[in-house]
Write a protein that binds this ligand. Structure first.
Ligand SMILES: Cc1cc2nc3c(=O)[nH]c(=O)nc-3n(C[C@H](O)[C@H](O)[C@H](O)COP(=O)(O)OP(=O)(O)OC[C@H]3O[C@@H](n4cnc5c(N)ncnc54)[C@H](O)[C@@H]3O)c2cc1C
Ligand code: FES
Ligand code: FES
Length: 487
C-alpha cells in the first residue's frame, strides 16, 4: 500500500496539510517562524519553563481530549490527526479577552508578560476541566510554568477567579467539540506516514505490527514517544536522529489493563493517562506520580520512554522494580518478557536487541501482608529530577519480614536493587534495630557518585534515612526510636 507523505492536523480553526515535514521541526518553531503565531514564547527550549505551552487535542477511542504540552520539545510530525490550540485562538470577537486572560488582567497576574501566554494556556486547560479549583489544584496545574516577576500569588488568585468571568460551557472548544471530533476523525491516517528529507526523515507506523516491520527495515531508527527526553537531544545537543519513528499516535501502545492481580500499561501510556489506574492499583504512588515533572511533561512523557531511556535517575524504574514489574519487549521476531531489573545492563546499555521496542510493562498488584512505599528526593519539590528515589516493598507475616524488595535510583549507574539490605531484612522482626542494620548494609550495596545534584555522602545518608523513614511511618510512634543520620 502507498504511504501517506504529508502531516495533517488542525491549527486553531484551520486545517493544515504539510508535505516534507522534517522529523526534528519542533511545534514551537513551526508556530513562531513558519506561521508567525508568536504568542507562544521560547524561554528555555527544554520543557522547563512552560512559556511555550499550547493545547493539543487528540482522539482516544473516538473521544477528544485536550492537554497542555511544551511546544518547544514536541515535534510537529508527531501531531498528525491532532488539534493544536495556541494562545491566539483564545481571543473573542473584536479581540475580546478570554475569561482566563480577563482574570489575569484584573488580578495583576502579569508583569513583564513573557511567561503569561504559557500560564494562560495552563489555566485554560484547568478551567475547562475544573472551573472551581482549590489552591492545591491550581498549584499542580502550574507546576510546569515559571514566572520570574509575579511571585505566583496574583496568578493563583487569578486562577481561582476565572469562573467569575465566564463558564467553560460557553467556550468555543466546548461548543465546537462535535465538529472538531468529526474533522479529526477524517484526518486519522489509514497507512504508514513517511515524510521529510532522508537526513531528517519522519516515519509514523500504521499500527503496532507495522512498527515491528519498520524497525526490522531500519533497526538504527530513533524511537520517539513523548519526546520529553529526545526533544532535548535536538534543541540542546543538535544531535542528528534520522530516521525517526514516532509512537504517540499508536493506540495499540496505549492500553491500560487493570485486574485484581495486575496492572499492565502499554509503553505509550503517558503519566497523566496512567494516573487513575496507578492511584487505584497502587495508592502509595499517588503523591510520587504528582512529583514527576509538571503537567505539560506528564501529558507527553510515557512510561515506556522512562524505562527505555535507561536513565539511573528516571522515577518509574525504582518503584516498578520494587513491585516486581516485568517489561515486555516486542519485535518482528515475537515478544520477550524480562524482570524489569534485568533490562538495565549498565550505564546507557539496556537489554534491547536490534528491532526490539518496549511494548508494555506488567506490574503485579500487592499481596496480603505487603507494604509498599515510594520516596523521591530532589532539590525542588516540583518539576525536578531525583537525586535519590526509592521503591520499597516489604511483606510481613506475624512480626517477621518474609520478603523485601528495595530498588534505588540515583545510587548506581542503573536503577538497582539493594540486595544486601534486602537480605538484612528478610527473616527478621519488623523492628527499628532490623531497619538500622539494613540501612547500614546499603553501604555495601552502593558506591554512589557525587555530581551537581548531590554528593556521594548525601546520597548514601539519604538512602539509609528513607529506609528508616519507611519503618517510622509503618510503626506506631511508641516503638519507633530510630534516629535519622544527618549528611
Ligand atoms: C522539564 C522536564 C522534567 C522532567 N522531569 C522528570 C521527572 O521528574 N522524573 C523523571 O523520571 N523524568 C523526568 N523527565 C524526563 C522524561 O520526561 C521522562 O524520562 C519520560 O518518561 C520520557 O518519556 P518520553 O515518552 O518523553 O520519551 P522519549 O523522549 O520519546 O524517548 C526517551 C528514550 O526512550 C526511547 N523510547 C521511547 N519509547 C520507546 C519504546 N516504546 N520502546 C523503545 N524505546 C523507546 C527513545 O528512543 C529514547 O531513547 C523530565 C523531562 C523534562 C523535559
Ligand atoms: S520554552 Fe521553556 S518549556 Fe518550552
Ligand atoms: S510576568 Fe515576567 S516572567 Fe512572569
Amino acid at each position: 500500500m502507498a504511504h501517506q507523505h504529508d502531516i495533517r492536523f488542525l491549527l486553531n480553526g484551520e486545517e493544515k496539510r504539510i508535505s516534507d515535514v522534517k522529523a526534528t521541526l519542533t511545534l514551537l518553531d513551526y508556530l513562531r517562524l513558519d506561521q508567525r503565531l508568536t504568542g507562544s514564547k521560547e524561554g528555555c527550549a527544554e520543557g522547563d519553563c512552560g512559556a511555550c505551552t499550547v493545547l493539543v487535542g487528540r482522539l482516544h477511542k473516538c473521544s477528544l481530549r485536550y492537554e497542555t504540552v511544551n511546544a518547544c520539545i514536541r515535534f510537529l510530525a508527531s501531531l498528525n490527526g491532532c488539534h493544536i490550540v495556541t494562545i491566539e485562538h483564545l481571543s473573542g470577537p473584536q479581540g475580546r479577552l478570554h475569561p482566563v486572560q480577563q482574570a489575569m488582567v484584573e488580578y495583576h497576574g502579569s508583569q513583564c508578560g513573557f511567561c503569561t501566554p504559557g500560564f494562560v494556556m495552563s489555566l485554560y486547560a484547568l478551567w475547562m476541566g475544573n472551573p472551581e479549583p482549590s489552591v492545591q489544584e491550581v498549584e499542580t496545574a502550574i507546576q510546569g510554568n515559571l514566572c520570574r516577576c509575579t511571585g505566583y500569588e496574583p496568578i493563583v488568585r487569578a486562577a481561582m477567579a476565572v469562573t467569575h468571568y465566564g463558564s467553560p460551557a460557553h467556550d468555543h472548544l466546548t461548543r465546537e467539540r462535535a465538529d472538531v471530533t468529526a474533522r479529526l476523525m477524517a484526518l486519522q491516517p489509514k497507512t504508514r506516514i513517511v515524510t521529510g528529507p532522508e537526513e531528517d526523515r519522519a516515519i509514523l507506523p500504521a499500527d503496532v505490527a507495522d512498527l515491528a516491520q519498520v524497525l526490522a527495515e531500519s533497526p538504527e531508527a530513533t524511537l520517539v514517544a513523548g519526546s520529553t527526553d529526545v526533544g532535548l537531544w535536538v534543541t540542546k545537543f543538535m544531535r542528528p536522529i534520522s530516521p525517526v519513528v514516532f509512537l504517540t499516535h499508536l493506540e495499540g501502545l496505549k492500553t491500560i489493563e487493570l485486574s485484581d492481580e495486575s496492572l499492565t500499561l502499554g509503553a505509550g501510556v503517558t503519566y497523566s493517562e496512567s494516573e487513575a489506574a496507578i492511584r487505584d492499583a497502587f495508592p502509595h504512588l499517588k503523591d510520587y506520580w504528582d512529583r514527576i515533572a509538571g503537567w505539560q511533561v506528564r501529558n507527553m512523557g510515557t512510561i515506556g520512554g522512562n524505562i527505555a531511556n535507561g536513565s539511573p535517575i528516571g522515577d518509574t524504574p525504582p518503584v516498578l522494580i520494587a513491585l516486581g514489574a516485568e517489561v515486555l519487549l516486542q519485535s518482528i521476531r515475537g515478544t520477550r518478557i524480562l524482570p524489569l531489573e534485568e533490562f538495565f545492563l549498565a550505564y546507557g546499555k539496556q537489554d534491547r536487541q536490534p528491532g526490539d521496542f518496549v511494548a508494555a510493562i506488567h506490574i503485579p498488584r500487592s499481596r496480603p501482608g505487603q507494604i509498599d512505599a515510594a520516596y523521591k528526593i530532589s532539590k525542588r519539590r516540583d518539576e525536578d529530577i531525583s537525586s535519590v528515589a526509592v521503591g520499597i516493598s516489604v511483606t510481613i507475616k506475624g512480626d517477621v519480614i518474609t520478603a523485601a524488595r528495595l530498588a534505588y535510583g540515583g545510587m548506581a549507574a542503573t536503577p538497582k536493587r539493594a540486595t544486601g539490605a534486602e537480605a538484612a531484612l528478610v527473616g527478621q522482626p519488623f523492628t527499628a534495630a532490623t531497619f538500622d542494620t539494613a540501612a547500614e548494609a546499603l553501604k555495601g550495596d552502593f558506591t554512589p557518585l557525587s555530581d551537581w545534584r548531590a554528593s556521594a555522602d548525601y546520597r548514601i545518608t539519604v538512602a539509609a534515612n528513607l529506609l528508616r523513614r519507611f519503618y517510622l511511618e509503618q510503626s506506631s510512634p511508641a516503638d519507633a526510636p530510630v534516629r535519622l543520620a544527618i549528611a
